[in-house]
Design a protein around this ligand. Structure first.
Ligand SMILES: N[C@@H](CCC(=O)N[C@@H](CS)C(=O)NCC(=O)O)C(=O)O
Length: 124
């Protein structure tokens, strides 16, 4: 079982690298403003988890620079996720607002919806 998961993980990472999405280009000032906002976000994830890959690809498409923390390989990050978010499940997005309040969003679809609503370019 471990070997099958390991092989699947490598395939996922390979395909993700080969078919890596292109990020949107924003004017430098706009990107800097978005970088300031995304500095408040942290994605807890596993490298080869398909749901995490889906979120990372959405981030890449939108050129969102969000810190990622590997909750599988790093004990401290795993503990932060369990203590803060309430369970060991990835992906999970930690959002700290300007007042210091913290929210945790689980589920890849919920995270992607949040990112699209917060950062997608306005349609004309
Ligand atoms: N429906 C969830 C599924 C997430 C999920 O199943 N994540 C797995 C890793 S691929 C997980 O966290 N399992 C718990 C564990 O590994 O301890 C999503 O779309 O995010």
């Amino acid at each position: 079982m471990f070997v099958i998961r390991w092989i699947l993980g490598k395939i996922i990472l390979f395909l993700d690298a080969v078919f890596s999405p292109t990020g949107i280009k924003r004017p430098a000032e706009q990107q800097a403003s978005i970088d300031t906002q995304t500095a408040q976000l942290t994605l807890y994830q596993y490298l080869a988890c398909p749901f995490c890959v889906k979120v990372r690809r959405a981030m890449k498409r939108q050129s969102l620079n969000i810190e990622t923390r590997d909750a599988k390989r790093n004990d401290q990050f795993r503990e932060e996720l369990v203590q803060g978010g309430g369970k060991l499940k990835v992906p999970c997005l930690r959002i700290e607002d300007e007042g210091g309040d913290i929210r945790w969003i689980y589920d890849s679809s919920n995270i992607i919806s949040y990112l699209e609503q917060s950062f997608a370019p306005a349609h004309k």
